[in-house]
Design a protein around this ligand. Structure first.
Ligand SMILES: [Zn+2]
Ligand SMILES: [Zn+2]
Length: 451
């Protein structure tokens, strides 16, 4: 059993065990993965071959790259990009492939992912290029919690990542940029754009995007027809190093409505995601592009030019790209701290500021031992009832209150503090948790009687 988390999604659980039948491909090994749409039950080795063959075919059919291209794979450390790099390496062993990783400076999280991508690229012998956002640009993603984008962290992060990856491609001389978008992401986004009448966004989900300006990389999505769950199977069956904890900014976020809808439809029709993909890519997008080309003869096409700040392509009227516009809004670059030490908390209390300590551990732990005066909101409860809890806290303690969440050692309370920030509360996480509090020599309150 493997628990898996992805940005914007709650943990995905997958159980891989023998299906009690022989593999429908080799007839020798026991099958471990069932692919309903393909009517196949495959063993570990045959599934891996099947997966790699599809990636190879996709790259060739859409002419994603040629022998002279330098292909950069954008690694996040998540299952999709990890599976992508490994499969590309197997499908095209002779290709010039490099890996990119952006250290976004997301506390407790980016470091974890960095270790994973280092282990992976070491094993696959792929050169790894790391872009440290803090080092290179002086800010980290967490800093956006002080801006009006605090409720749209995943969107800001996506914009920053896209821009940085394009920049890295230029620095490293990569002509092609591969990302791990899978079938479920692609069709889910297409469906939601379709309901919004946003055909432009649907067209951008094509598996190959030509560069907007000369010198920019071509963007490809070799996994756009690979079901999401198969990326997870692939990573687990091949024992690849992959992300094991989820992003604090996605804490409490739910799966997109359209992805959920597609999963439901898939129960009756195992082919539904492939069918929709084909309608969008083969019918709708070409039709839309023809209409756009016709209109373009009359209307002036949107002009794409280099951003005045960073030089990457933008079509915004003021000539500043969406990344640079957002970064300009950061009031204090790198000044934002979401963690406070026990001493700082004590100091705030001594100054007479209204500080409310929130123990996010389970009730049993709180009952046994807690920081004096703290209240208990277990993390699971906070996650499922965020809105209500935040409204209650605000009503009870008032606007100027400082909330300090704590857990055992500081890891679990961090996403809670981040989520509270998103809701507009002045929240911090206690560095080192209750353990650090104890170590600093401050008193704890113990249960008077254990019943
Ligand atoms: Zn087999
Ligand atoms: Zn820019």
């Amino acid at each position: 059993m493997v628990r898996y988390s992805k940005c914007g999604l709650p943990a995905m659980t997958v159980e891989i065990k023998g299906l009690g039948v022989k593999c429908s491909e080799c007839g020798e090994e026991e099958a471990v993965v069932e692919l309903r749409y393909a009517r196949k039950k495959l063993c570990r080795r045959c599934f891996t071959d099947f997966f790699v063959r599809r990636v190879k075919r996709t790259v060739e059919r859409y002419r994603m790259f040629g022998p002279d291209d330098r292909v950069a794979v954008a690694l996040s450390g998540g299952k999709d990009s990890v599976a992508l790099l490994d499969a590309l390496k197997r499908a095209f062993p002779e290709q010039d492939i490099v890996a990119f990783y952006i250290d976004l400076g997301i506390h407790h999280y980016s470091e974890h992912l960095r270790e994973k991508v280092e282990a992976l690229t070491d094993r696959l012998k792929v050169p790894l290029h790391i872009y440290d956002l803090k080092e290179r640009e002086g800010y980290v993603i967490d800093d956006f919690l002080t801006t009006k984008f605090r409720s749209k962290m995943c969107s800001v992060c996506g914009i920053v990542k896209r821009a940085v990856f394009t920049q890295m491609a230029k620095e490293v001389g990569a002509t092609v940029m591969a990302t791990g978008h899978n079938l479920d992401d692609t069709v889910g986004t297409m469906l939601s754009a379709f309901f919004a009448g946003d055909f432009e966004s649907i067209a951008r989900l094509k598996p190959v995007l030509k560069p907007l300006l000369p010198g920019q990389p071509k963007k490809i999505k070799p996994l756009f027809n690979t079901p999401e769950i198969e990326d997870l199977y692939y990573v687990v069956l091949n024992d690849l190093p992959v992300q094991e904890c989820s992003c604090p900014h996605s804490f409490g976020a739910s799966v997109s409505r359209y992805k959920r809808m597609l999963d439901e439809m898939e129960r009756d029709n195992p082919n539904v995601k492939f069918q929709l993909l084909s309608v969008f890519i083969k019918r709708l997008v070409p039709m839309y592009e023809r209409v756009k080309a016709l209109e373009g003869e009359e209307e002036a096409a949107v002009e794409v030019r280099p951003c005045k700040v960073c030089g990457l392509p933008t079509s915004s009227p003021d000539g500043i790209c969406s990344r640079c516009r957002r970064v300009a809004m950061l009031k204090e670059r790198g000044g934002q701290r979401l963690e406070v030490s026990p001493r700082e908390v004590k100091a705030m209390m001594d100054e007479g500021r209204r500080v409310v300590l929130i123990d996010v551990r389970p009730e049993s732990a709180y009952e046994k031992e807690r920081i004096p005066g703290s209240i208990n909101i277990p993390i699971a409860e906070f996650e499922s009832r965020q809105r209500k809890i935040v409204r209650k806290l605000r009503r009870k303690y008032g606007r100027g209150t400082i909330f300090v969440a704590y857990c055992y050692a500081g890891r679990e309370s961090y996403p809670v503090a981040v989520a509270m920030r998103r809701w507009g509360l002045r929240a911090y996480s206690l560095e080192g948790g209750i353990a650090a509090w104890k170590e600093a020599g401050y008193s704890l309150e113990e249960s008077s009687e254990a019943t």
